[in-house]
Design a protein around this ligand. Structure first.
Ligand SMILES: C[S@@+](CC[C@H](N)C(=O)[O-])C[C@H]1O[C@@H](n2cnc3c(N)ncnc32)[C@H](O)[C@@H]1O
Length: 297
């Protein structure tokens, strides 16, 4: 696959009629120097045209991942992504590593990962809106993070291999999960590792929930495995080690409706009489976080 041509082709996405005005708005941002602190909130402080920053941030809605704060503009995203990041934080050290975040959205985790001084940080996400949100934040942060408008399906053709790949919240969106795991495997360097999370269902068996048309009102969810089934997928994809790091049930403080998204959020996706079930009657969303290792040393 020729990624050079694909990149040129995808750059044209920025001229779409819903994206072009956003790109024009970014062009109006002045250059400057700002202070950055990346704790739970990725915070940018200094001198701004506060109204312009707020107007552009609003134009770039919906903000799914965050939070970010730019001067007086607090982007209270639908997801408090700091909760997932903090849960995973004890399980990685990125110093001097080549790191990819597949399905990186607006880059919230990548901005946080800079704290480890990795050798390289590359985000993959085929969404021109999320890339534009990234470019907006990165206008102030001025990071070296590379953002590719590519998907997991392009990883095996990428010019570099990675020491560490994060792939969070993507597997259940893929209609062929074993193929996706193989793509992650091929994106790794020798001894490389993956940190991945996915929805799972409780059970000792090696089985999957296959939602009829939606799961938690999300239409493109194909398979929700037990942990046993997930382990088998990973083994079939070639990984030599599978370790469960954590499990969690999504709580109302992690995903909720804010003024920075339109439409609905978690509370509308669950059965109003029984929050252990989705609106479709399936088990409520729970996540398993795993570490996969390519080859044993
Ligand atoms: C549920 S969000 C997860 C975001 C983030 N990784 C997290 O865990 O908070 C899924 C992300 O995958 C991205 N995505 C869609 N198609 C993709 C593909 N083919 N390869 C990689 N990412 C994709 C979406 O644009 C979206 O940002």
């Amino acid at each position: 696959m020729n990624l050079k041509d694909l990149r040129i082709d995808r750059q044209k996405w920025m001229t779409w009629k819903n994206i072009h005005p956003l790109r024009e708005a970014l062009e109006t941002l002045e250059d400057g120097t700002w202070d950055i602190s990346s704790k739970d909130i990725v915070k940018i402080s200094g001198d701004f045209d506060e109204k312009k920053v707020n107007d552009i941030a609003k134009l770039l809605m919906p903000w799914r991942k965050g939070p970010f704060e730019i001067g007086q503009t607090f982007i209270d995203s639908e997801w408090q992504s700091n909760i997932k990041y903090n849960l995973l934080r004890p399980y990685f050290d990125l110093k001097d590593k080549k790191v990819a975040d597949i399905g990186c959205n607006n880059g919230y985790y990548l901005f946080r990962m800079q704290e480890d001084a990795p050798k390289a940080l590359v985000g993959f996400d085929p969404s021109p809106l999320y890339k534009t949100q990234f470019d907006f934040i990165n206008h102030f942060v001025k990071s070296e993070i590379a953002y590719e408008l590519l998907g997991v399906e392009h990883l095996e053709f990428y010019e570099e291999k990675f020491d560490m790949i994060f792939c969070l919240g993507v597997l259940y969106h893929r209609s062929d999960p074993v193929a996706m795991l193989k793509q992650l495997y091929k994106g790794l360097d020798k001894y490389g590792e993956v940190i991945l999370d996915t929805f799972y269902i409780e059970g000792d068996g090696e089985m999957c929930l296959c939602p009829e048309s939606s799961y938690s009102k999300i239409p493109n969810i194909y398979f929700v495995p037990t942990i046993g089934a997930l382990k088998n997928w990973c083994t079939r994809a070639g990984f030599s080690s599978f370790e469960v790091l954590e499990t969690s049930v999504t709580q109302a403080n992690e995903q909720r409706k804010t003024s920075w998204i339109e439409g609905q959020s978690l509370e509308d996706f669950l059965d109003p009489q029984d929050s252990t079930k989705t609106i479709e009657g399936y088990p409520a969303p729970a996540r398993v976080y795993v570490k996969l290792i390519k080859d044993k040393k």
